[in-house]
Design a protein around this ligand. Structure first.
Ligand code: CP
Length: 311
């Protein structure tokens, strides 16, 4: 099967078969990642620009590592060190970068929809590394790859997603991706952080209580409160939040035995996740990060045509 998209803006745009293809390709990349010399010539001569208007540790670093493992040349631009600080618009920044003939722009931006805007204006590929509270497709894919690594399937999994759903692009990409792959989603979070009508997105149940969401879950995905995206205070105190929506060993016991604990990072230890759980033997958080490189290699590979040699 050929991947037909120039850009990857969101998992909402991808079919089940396209998601499957990206996950299978990512799994094939594991062998390259495990080699002593972790490099193949697949994207030799291609240039990948990482354009980050918001902070990032995992996504930016792993897109850069992924591109380098495929032998692409990489350039990193952050908002604080760019001419954006002098008032340049996104459109002008993109036009100037495009004049230098990159093949792929990987962008993170605070405004939902900014990637769609950019992709319509540039001839190179655009990959969304997070747009506002809209989507974070590479995170959704790496989460699905990690679940598939443990369970061998996504179909029929019960996945609890707990926290600030309203402001979470990670939640939205997981909801789009996982429901397409046949998983059941159970959401829990403070009513002020739960978007009305989200259950209309598919096989999604909104739970009044975190315990109801976690009960019998195969996967418990915890989210960070996105204080930087909240215009006003949406909860009384972090202590109270932690009491009702934090994952500790007692709440985790309600999930299926051996259930996976996941978190996209960065973790607010002691708020949404106790350190005991974050570092415990049910935690898959670092495997998520490892799988992030594989998924991003697959994304770069497929938007580049997906036909180049991998030897
Ligand atoms: N999960 C995630 O997007 O992490 P970063 O913000 O560090 O990239």
């Amino acid at each position: 099967m050929q991947f037909k998209h120039k850009d990857i803006i969101g998992l909402q745009d991808l079919t089940k078969e396209e998601i499957q293809l990206l996950l299978d390709t990512a799994e094939n990349m594991r062998e390259i990642n495990d080699r002593e010399i972790k490099k193949v010539p697949t994207l030799r001569g291609k240039t990948v620009v990482n354009l980050f208007f918001e902070a990032s540790t995992r996504t930016r670093t792993s897109f850069e590592i992924a591109a380098k493992r495929l032998s692409a040349d990489t350039v990193n631009i952050t908002a604080s060190s760019s001419s954006v600080t002098k008032g340049e618009t996104l459109s002008d920044t993109a036009r100037n970068i495009l004049a230098m003939k990159p093949d792929i722009i990987v962008m993170r931006h605070a405004v939902s929809g900014s990637h769609h805007y950019l992709a319509q204006r540039v001839s190179c590929s655009v990959i969304n590394a997070g747009d506002g509270a809209h989507e974070h497709p590479s995170q959704g894919l790496l989460d699905m790859l990690t679940m598939r690594q443990k369970f061998g399937r996504l179909d029929g999994l019960k996945v609890a997603i707990v926290g600030d759903i309203t402001h979470s692009r990670v939640a939205r990409s997981n909801i789009f991706g996982l429901t397409r792959m046949g998983s059941q989603i159970f959401l829990a979070g403070p009513p002020t952080m739960m978007p009305p009508g989200i259950e209309r997105l598919g096989n999604v149940t909104v739970c009044k209580d975190m315990r109801e969401a976690v009960e019998g879950a195969d996967v418990v995905m915890m989210l960070r409160i996105q204080l930087e995206r909240q215009g006003k205070t949406l909860l009384p105190t972090l202590r109270e939040y932690s009491r009702y929506y934090g994952l500790n060993p007692a709440v985790l016991k309600l999930a299926r035995p051996g259930a996976m604990v996941m978190h996209p990072g960065p973790i607010n230890r002691g708020v949404e996740l106790s350190s005991y759980v974050a570092d415990g033997d049910q935690s898959w958080i670092l495997q998520q990060v490892e799988n992030g490189v594989l998924v991003r290699m697959a994304m770069l590979y497929h938007v580049s045509g997906g036909e180049l040699a991998t030897e």
